[in-house]
Design a protein around this ligand. Structure first.
Ligand code: PEP
Ligand code: MN
Length: 342
């Protein structure tokens, strides 16, 4: 499922021409445009409003493709439905606000429009799932999810941190809902679009939503991440979609042998970790007998240094080792705390 179109409908000409050319790729199933834009700073271009719906309606008539818009208030829902929008999506800033999501859900009661729910800005799966539940409780049946990454602090490669594991976790909680990837808002820059889109395909997402503009450099919103319809076509043709599984018996044999190895290694790993924790408890007892504090900063730093230095030989990242060590340290401290207070 490919959704594409401008970040924002800006003028009739830009909207229609982008939609025409996006549709002409023959690779796009749904057109998109924002007509009400949630902007970080006041005074930025905030969308053309209802006029944009008129243009998207025209684009639909010309191309024969359905269209979707973002809604953030009951008024938006009402207007979008009046113009027969085929798909509505709840933006990241709105998903994070239960009051707004509830208002939207109430406005959608009794309709049968398709609604896509973007993840909230902050990496909170429960908040995302809660928004979906509010819509389900209001009787919205045709639902889908959009992964657009999570707000990142400081400078990083992407505009929004993908945190793919959270999308995967959401998918396993709601396996019946299709999930599409939004490489435009994750990447933030067109040069990274392809790698993010391919990652989405590798992770078995059900589709992509990508922003396209006839003249990206002049776009009134998200200029750095939009691509021309020609570049969109090149990008879409380059994506390799994986099958979710295969009946090839050789593949199945290889996979189950490897999975048996993984299960065995996991069992041994946790057995060892358990042993380590028992030793940590003994240390706690020794410290208690000698009335010594649990936290010995220098000791811990030297463990971290020693382990992290092994990252290259171990073939894993320093970040991974630090995350694992942090979890081990936390559990050790909790256990030592417990024996201290026995
Ligand atoms: C958008 O799709 O144009 C948009 C505003 O996205 P998000 O809600 O993901 O920031
Ligand atoms: Mn955008």
């Amino acid at each position: 499922m490919i959704i594409a179109g401008p970040c924002s409908a800006e003028t009739r000409e830009q909207t229609l021409e982008t939609c025409r050319r996006v549709a002409a790729t023959g690779l796009v199933h749904i057109l998109r445009a924002g007509v009400w834009k949630p902007r970080t700073k006041p005074g930025s271009f905030e969308g053309v409003g209802m006029k944009g719906l008129v243009w998207m309606n025209e684009a639909r008539q010309e191309t024969g493709l359905p269209f979707g818009v973002e809604v953030a208030t009951p008024k938006h829902v009402e207007a979008a439905l009046e113009f027969g929008a085929d798909v509505l999506w709840v933006g990241a800033r709105t998903t994070g606000n239960p009051f707004s999501v509830q208002d939207i859900a109430d406005a959608l009661r009794g309709t049968d429009v398709t609604v896509l729910v973007k993840n909230p800005m902050n990496p909170d799966i429960d908040l995302w799932a809660g928004a979906v539940a509010r819509l389900q409780n209001a009787g919205v049946r045709k639902l889908g999810l959009i992964h657009r990454g999570f707000s990142a602090y400081g400078v990083s490669r992407y505009r929004n941190n993908p945190m793919w594991h959270l999308a995967i976790e959401m998918r396993s909680r709601m396996p019946e809902l299709p999930m599409i990837c939004d490489p435009s808002h994750i990447a933030g820059k067109r040069e990274y679009l392809r790698e993010v889109a391919q990652k989405g395909a590798d992770l078995n997402f059900d589709g992509l939503i990508i922003e396209s503009h006839i003249c990206p450099a002049q776009a009134l919103s998200d200029a750095a991440q939009q691509v021309t319809p020609d570049d969109l076509e090149t990008l879409l043709r380059s994506i390799v979609w994986r099958q979710s599984t295969t009946d090839n018996p050789e593949y199945k044999d290889q996979l189950s042998a490897l999975r048996r190895q993984i299960d065995q290694i996991d069992a041994e790993t946790f057995e060892l970790l358990s042993k380590r924790m028992r030793v940590a408890e003994q240390i706690g007892r020794v410290k208690r007998q000698n009335n010594v504090a649990i936290l010995q900063g220098g000791r811990w730093n030297s463990i971290v240094e020693k382990v992290v230095a092994q990252a290259p030989q171990l073939g894993v990242s320093e970040e991974f080792l630090k995350t694992v060590l942090e979890a081990i340290h936390l559990e050790s401290i909790n256990l030592q705390n417990k024996v201290m207070n026995e």
